[in-house]
Design a protein around this ligand. Sequence first.
Ligand SMILES: [Zn+2]
Length: 219
Amino acid sequence: MFSWTDEAEQVIQAAVGDDLPVAYVCDAATVAAEYDRPGLAGYTSSFLDVLLERSLRAQSRWRGRGHASVIFRNRIKTDAFALGVAAHEAAHHLDVLAELGQPADAIGLPDGDLRALIAEPIPTGCAAVAEHGLEFTRAALHLAFRIQRLPGLGWFGPEFMCIAGSRYGLSSCFAYVDALGDERQERASEPITAILASQPPAAFAAVWESDAATLEGKA
Ligand SMILES: [Zn+2]
């Protein structure tokens, strides 16, 4: 049976390419209750694939290490926004990979009991801006652009991905799109992690710095 998660997986893999050659998008309804995160629409971590391996094997979906996200489809209005949340989570993974300079299947696992990590709360509140900062936003906008260029997905855009905007106390995602200039078109064939490793356009950094200064002033 074809499901929205199959489609989202294919879209993300096609859009991201070699950075995340294997992607698992898991509807929370298909995984154990211990993976619940009340109030979240979705989440990821660089080793969530390993935590979900048993569940993915039981569904005959395991294809080796890769990017994984859990999406709470029942908390999201439409399939379009569910794809946006899955893409948002993939952008987090790209942000982490660029920072670590390692491929997705080489990310080490934390010490200790992996099962215990499943129950760890995910930080919210002020950490939200820290985790949705300049690099994340840049990765997400590149990903949105690449998704939009796939067949049948011309309707997609960053507004489906919970990027920037008042939820984080930042300028709107479209202000960041404008500030990125032509970077998304000009560097469309490069891995997004390679783009993140380079200096952002000055106008893009300026929007971020202005937002960050405003947030600091309010703190
Ligand atoms: Zn996020």
